[in-house]
Ligand binder design. Structure first.
Ligand SMILES: Nc1ncnc2c1ncn2[C@@H]1O[C@H](COP(=O)(O)OP(=O)(O)OP(=O)(O)O)[C@@H](O)[C@H]1O
Ligand SMILES: [Mg+2]
Length: 359
């Protein structure tokens, strides 16, 4: 296992700049997740760490060692990709053993490692089959097994679950995290799926447009997003954003209604200026239905999604759309006005999009 230090790394493909000065510290033994929308540079950053691409500027260290110029085979890494790339003419056992064979490991060690890892992954009964005789989920396990038997210092995953059906995704996701813990490894995992990101990561890096927008423990980022991008990217449904103006100790919504900045809010938002234009960010589950006289705002129901244990009510608040989540299985009727209290909210500057603290 190793730590990874990424210092001011830039990547250009010809004229196109893809990564603009990435700094990231991944502690030894951590499960790091790089998350962000398609095209933001996640795979590129992973390939730079692996040595499959060369940096345009900056350095990459594994522990104290500068690996920036090292070829992939000298970096002691194992990668698992979205497409499993197993060798079709080899059995599962041969596929798993291949990397060790190349390294001239003796046969007894190879056998015992393959058996041990096959046991952990619950694929012992598949060892004599060929890849074409396996399901997608089984192939993905074999691909992981092949990576694990080598005991690399660093595991890298690029969207390894995206070809699996939802039930299997959840199961393999749990397996990946268990394997990481059992093998004391350091892992870097790329996904655009925020559920995977939230559930797997010890440390999360949210990328957008070739920049790290925010990094830290996932819950911390979820609870204190640094800007609108991060706030709207993490969490499902996406955080609602209501345009508002600071007026006489309240956040007055452009549509109608207001939240008073009183009690603890007065302190948290002490820096807001009269007349400042902001967005009030409210997660779907952070509102409750209330009496008209207690309401901070009234939303108009447009469409109800029933999820069994709760409902998502798609509403409008003036021009803005707003999703509210309520327990139970019945939602309001279309067109009904719903008086809402906001229990928790975030405030973002309307111009910069930066967080002005949350309460
Ligand atoms: N070899 C290349 N030559 C030119 N441009 C490239 C190359 N590889 C990637 N890019 C560009 O760099 C940007 C980032 O690509 P990258 O594959 O890192 O995105 P990503 O975050 O992994 O996206 P996805 O979630 O779709 O996999 C994209 O705009 C892509 O078109
Ligand atoms: Mg990618």
């Amino acid at each position: 296992m190793t730590s990874v230090h990424i210092k001011a790394v830039e990547k250009r493909f010809g004229e196109t700049a893809v990564l603009h000065g990435i700094d990231a510290e991944i502690p030894q033994g951590a499960f790091a997740v790089l998350v962000g929308p398609s095209g933001c540079g996640k795979s590129t950053l992973l390939r730079l760490i692996a040595g499959l691409e060369q940096v345009s500027a900056g350095r990459i260290f594994f522990g104290e060692k500068d690996v920036t110029e090292l070829p992939p085979r000298e970096r002691d890494i194992a990668m698992v990709f979205q497409s499993y790339a197993l060798y079709p003419h080899m059995t599962v056992r041969e596929n798993m053993a291949f990397g060790l064979k190349l390294r001239k490991t003796d046969q007894a060690t190879i056998d015992s490692r393959v058996d041990e890892v096959a046991g952990t992954l619950d694929i012992e009964h598949l060892l004599d089959r060929y890849p074409r005789q396996l399901s997608g989920g089984q192939r993905q396990r074999v691909a992981m097994g092949r990576a694990i038997v080598r005991r690399p210092a660093l595991f890298m995953f690029d969207e390894p679950l995206s070809n699996l059906d939802p039930a299997l995704r959840t199961q393999v996701r749990v397996d990946i995290r268990k394997l990481h813990d059992a093998h004391d490894s350091t892992s870097v995992y790329v996904t655009h799926d925020q559920v995977e990101a939230m559930t797997l990561a010890d440390i999360l890096f949210v990328l957008e447009g070739g920049h790290v927008q925010q990094s830290g423990p996932p819950l911390e980022i979820y609870e204190r997003p640094a800007n609108r991008f991060v706030a709207e990217f993490l969490g499902s449904p996406a955080m609602n954003m209501l345009p508002a103006t600071v007026r006489e100790g309240s956040l007055r919504f452009d549509a109608s209604g207001a939240v008073p900045l009183e009690g603890p809010h007065a302190e948290a938002f002490g820096g807001l200026e009269e007349g400042q234009a902001v967005y009030v960010g409210v997660r779907a589950q952070d509102v409750t239905r209330c009496r008209d006289s207690d309401a901070h705002l009234t939303a108009t129901a447009r469409f109800v999604e029933t999820l069994g244990s709760h409902v998502h009510v798609h509403c409008t608040v003036g021009e803005a759309s707003f999703i509210a989540a309520f327990d139970g299985s019945r939602g309001p009727d279309e067109g009904e006005g719903i008086p809402l209290r906001i229990e928790r909210f975030h405030v973002f500057d309307a111009d910069s999009g930066n967080s002005l603290r949350s309460a």
